[in-house]
Design a protein around this ligand. Structure first.
Ligand code: UD1
Ligand code: UDP
Length: 365
């Protein structure tokens, strides 16, 4: 029997799980040609930042778990590299898939490319043009070395061509995170999370914050919490708190304002239910800008830049400077009926992972 093509997909941090789950499903459909395995670096490890997603996304347990945990950028990246090199030596994969822009992404791309393993980057080409963001460095470095660049939106294609990548290596396949969203929606509609929190559909704001520029600076985090206090005097605010943010709120003893329902991070099915029920989402997340656009939910992104311009140009996202006046103004506009009506970007149709597997099939057939 001819041996199948062995593909390893890497997950490490929360947003990676949603991007890989559909690839795993599409690989199972193509099991005549591919043998697919998931490698979890352990960059995120709390039950609510990691394990919860395997059940919610119907993903099998990883074949390898590196258990790298937290640390400085160098420590974390180095530990992922050492662990992943051993996995590749042992598993001898034919192809490695990395997704997104986290430290696990660049660490595994560096290892596999240097070992001569063909490597693809899912969500290539996104650029905030802000090199103070660790993710921007990870994106630039990953895209500079991988073989296949799978892009989610037109800006990704345009950026890569501008950087000199041969168009034949760029594959505009759509967005696997939105594939996961399509699968999750029926279950999310059954989620009890709104009732558990005591909020009504269309009556609350959903807030997430975790960018270092917003939460690693005491003054900035204090100002954002004051902004939430203002918002919550108008409408309930649901705030699932990322561990980075929780750590800083506690370290600086910044209190939770009345009216803000502060909760631990929630699983994916519950989170999608919270997004769907929200009057408006205020966030600095990358993926949540895309999910709100796909669902037509108004989104205020409290950042100075976005690497996902299609959510602003086509979708429901507005980018606002992360300071009180701008955020309050943007939210008030939405609450008073002035929300943008968006459209869904091309190929965000639930079939991106199938296209990725189609590209791989064309390499090996
Ligand atoms: C990482 C990614 C970021 C992504 C985010 C998604 C990098 C450089 N950053 O940021 O791009 O948007 O994940 O959520 O890769 N911690 C826990 N439990 C966990 C994980 C983290 O308590 O399960 C705490 C630790 O104190 C850790 C801190 O959160 O030091 C930050 O974690 P880290 O993975 O370094 O970065 P994130 O801010 O999560
Ligand atoms: N998410 C979740 N529970 C939460 C917050 C977010 O399941 O409490 C999901 C969200 O639906 C999206 C992903 O996590 O799919 C986004 O991850 P995050 O904001 O941590 O990272 P980013 O996209 O900014 O890199």
């Amino acid at each position: 029997m001819i041996s199948r093509i062995k593909v390893l997909s890497v997950v490490g941090a929360r947003p990676n799980f949603m991007k890989v789950a559909p690839i795993h499903r599409a690989m199972l459909e193509a099991a005549d040609l591919f043998e697919h395995h998931i490698v979890h670096t352990g960059q995120h490890y709390d039950q609510r930042m990691s394990d919860a997603f395997f059940a919610d996304l119907d993903m099998p347990h990883p074949s390898w778990f590196l258990g790298v945990g937290s640390g400085s950028h160098a420590q974390q990246t180095a530990r992922v590299m050492t662990g992943f090199e051993e996995v590749c030596q042992q598993a001898q994969p034919d192809y490695v898939i990395v997704v997104g822009d986290v430290n696990s992404t660049i660490a595994c791309a560096l290892v596999s490319v240097k070992m001569g393993i063909r490597t693809g980057h899912v969500e290539a080409g996104l650029r905030s043009n802000d090199r103070a963001m660790p993710e921007e460095i990870n994106r630039l470095a990953t895209d500079a070395i991988v073989d296949d660049l799978f892009v989610t939106e037109q800006s990704g294609y345009d950026n890569l061509v501008r950087e000199g990548v041969a168009p034949s290596r760029i594959h505009f396949v759509g967005n696997t995170m939105i594939d996961s969203l399509h699968v999750a929606l029926p279950r999310s509609r059954q989620s009890p999370i709104l009732a558990t929190l005591g909020v009504q559909p269309q009556s609350y704001l959903l807030v997430t914050l975790h960018r270092p520029s917003n939460v690693d600076d005491r003054q900035q985090l204090t100002a954002l919490m004051e902004t939430m206090a203002h918002l919550s005097s108008e409408v309930p605010v649901v705030f699932p708190v990322h561990p980075r943010t929780r750590q800083h709120l506690s370290h600086w003893d910044i209190a939770c304002p009345d009216g803000v329902i502060m909760i631990d991070p929630v699983g994916y099915i519950d989170f999608v239910a919270l997004v769907q029920g929200a009057r408006c989402v205020v966030t600095d997340s990358g993926g949540i800008q895309e999910e709100t656009t796909a669902l037509g939910i108004p989104c205020v992104t409290a950042r100075t830049s976005t690497e996902r311009p299609s959510t602003v140009e086509l979708g429901t996202n507005v980018l606002v400077h992360p300071e009180q006046h701008a955020i309050l103004h943007a939210v008030a506009t939405i609450l008073h009926g002035g929300a943008k009506r968006g459209t869904v970007p091309p190929l965000w149709d639930g079939h991106a992972a199938e296209r990725i597997v189609g590209v791989l099939r064309s390499h090996y057939s």
